[in-house]
Design a protein around this ligand. Structure first.
Ligand SMILES: Cc1ncc(COP(=O)(O)O)c(C=O)c1O
Length: 383
C-alpha cells in the first residue's frame, strides 16, 4: 500500500488559479454585491438548464424556502419528503409552519419510494419534495404523475444533483422547480450559494422579491449610471441575494462541472469494483432500472453489521481519512419528534439505512493512489 502523508477529507473543492485571479479582480472592481458577475452566472446557469430560468441565492436552504413560499406553502400545509436527507430539506418546511410528511425510502437506492407517496397525500398536501440523494436521480415520472393527479407541485431538492440525469435529460431541464446547492462540499461551488430553477414567471417574480427585501428592481439596476435610485417595496421580502464574489467562483466552476463530475464517477466506479467482493459486509447504493446519470456527489456505503459503523469511522479517522454518517434520519431529531410526534419505527427502510450508512471521501482531486489507500484501509478494518 502506497503511503499517504496527508488527511484525506470527505470532500474538497477544486478551484483553478484563474478562478482565484478573477475573484481578486472582483475584489478590486469596487462592486462586490449582486451585480454583473451574478447576472452572468445566472445567464450561464439558465443556458445550462436549457433555457429554464435560474435564480441565485445565498444558499440552497434560502432557495428551498423561497421556492416553497413561491407556490404558497404556509401554516397548516403538508409537504411530502424524505427523512434520508440533510436537515435543511425538512427545516425549510417547518420554518413556514407547514408539516414535513416523511415517506420511506427504497432500501437499495436510498431515494424516496414513489410507491408510498400516494397514501401519504391528504387534503393539506401542497407539494412533494424529493431529494436526489448523493446525486442519484429519483424516479421522477411516477412522482410527477401523482402530483398532476392530485394537483400539487414538485420541488426537487437537487442540492446533490448538479449534472445528474434522468431518462436522457439533465436534472433542472424539466419539471416544476429544482433547487441546487453550491456549498463548498458540493460538486461545484460558489463559496456558499445555491440556485432555484423554474419556468413560471409568477414564481420568478416572487423569488426575486423574496431574495431582496421585496424591492421590485435589482440592486444593480438602481446603482448603474443612468438609473433612478428610487424604488418601491411591494412585499416584506428577505435578504438572500448572491454576491459577485460568489458568482465569479460559480462562473468558473460551472464551466468545469462536467469534467469534475466525470472524474467523480470514475472514482465511484473504482469504489464499486473494490467493494464488489465484500457484499457480506458492505452494500453500495443500488442501481435503478431506469436510465440515469449519477452526479457522483457522495459515495455512501452501508455497513451491514450496524455495530461496526462507528468503529469503522473511528478507524478511518485514526488513519487520516474523513467520513460522515450521512444521514441520520431527520424524523428522529428531537425537534421533529417533539413537534410532529415522529418516533423510532415510523420508517423501516430509512431507519435500517440510517443505522448503517456512512460516506467516504469522493472529490475530483482525489488521486487513484489516495483512493487505493482508503479502499485498503476499509478492507484492513474488516480483516
Ligand atoms: C439534500 C440537501 N438539501 C439542502 C441542503 C442545503 O444546502 P445549502 O448548504 O446550500 O443551504 C443540503 C446541504 O448540504 C443538502 O445536502
Amino acid at each position: 500500500m502506497q503511503k499517504v502523508n496527508k488527511f484525506l477529507p470527505l470532500s474538497k473543492p477544486t478551484l483553478s488559479e484563474e478562478t482565484i485571479e478573477d475573484v481578486v479582480k472582483v475584489l478590486r472592481s469596487g462592486w462586490l454585491a449582486t451585480g454583473p458577475m451574478t447576472q452572468r452566472f445566472e445567464e450561464m446557469l439558465t443556458e445550462y438548464f436549457r433555457g429554464r430560468t435560474a435564480m441565485c441565492f445565498t444558499s440552497a436552504t434560502a432557495g428551498l424556502q423561497a421556492a416553497l413560499m413561491s407556490i404558497g406553502v404556509g401554516e397548516g400545509d403538508e409537504v411530502i419528503t424524505t427523512s434520508m436527507t440533510f436537515a435543511a430539506t425538512a427545516n425549510v418546511i417547518a420554518m413556514l409552519g407547514a408539516k414535513p410528511v416523511f415517506v420511506d425510502i427504497e432500501r437499495d437506492t436510498y431515494n424516496i419510494d414513489p410507491n408510498k407517496i400516494s397514501n401519504a397525500c391528504t387534503s393539506r398536501t401542497k407539494a412533494i419534495m424529493p431529494v436526489h440523494y448523493a446525486g442519484l436521480s429519483v424516479n421522477l415520472d411516477p412522482i410527477y404523475e401523482i402530483a398532476q393527479r392530485k394537483n400539487i407541485r414538485v420541488i426537487e431538492d437537487a442540492a446533490h444533483a448538479i449534472g445528474s440525469g434522468y431518462k436522457g435529460r439533465r436534472i433542472g431541464t424539466f419539471g416544476d422547480i429544482q433547487v441546487f446547492s453550491f456549498h463548498p462540499i458540493k460538486n461545484m461551488t460558489s463559496g456558499e450559494g445555491g440556485c432555484v430553477v423554474s419556468n413560471s414567471k409568477n414564481e420568478q417574480r416572487f423569488l426575486n422579491l423574496q431574495r431582496f427585501h421585496g424591492i421590485d428592481r435589482s440592486i444593480w439596476d438602481r446603482f448603474s449610471k443612468n438609473a433612478s435610485c428610487y424604488y418601491d417595496v411591494v412585499y416584506p421580502g428577505s435578504k438572500s441575494n448572491m454576491s459577485d464574489i460568489q458568482s465569479v467562483i460559480g462562473i468558473h466552476q460551472l464551466q468545469e462541472v462536467e469534467r469534475l463530475n466525470a472524474r467523480r464517477r470514475e472514482l465511484a466506479d473504482r469504489y464499486r469494483e473494490a467493494f464488489a467482493g465484500m457484499s457480506d459486509k458492505i452494500s453500495v447504493q443500488g442501481i435503478p432500472a431506469y436510465d440515469f446519470v449519477h452526479s457522483g456527489h457522495l459515495f455512501p456505503i452501508c455497513i451491514l453489521d450496524e455495530s461496526k459503523k462507528d468503529d469503522l469511522m473511528m478507524f478511518l479517522k485514526e488513519n487520516s481519512i474523513g467520513s460522515v454518517p450521512y444521514y441520520t434520519p431527520v424524523h428522529l431529531f428531537s425537534y421533529y419528534k417533539d413537534t410532529f410526534g415522529y418516533k423510532e419505527g415510523d420508517l423501516e427502510n430509512t431507519e435500517y439505512v440510517g443505522k448503517r450508512i456512512m460516506c467516504i471521501p469522493l472529490y475530483s482531486a482525489l488521486e487513484n493512489h489516495e483512493q487505493d489507500y482508503i479502499i485498503d484501509t476499509v478492507k484492513k478494518f474488516f480483516i
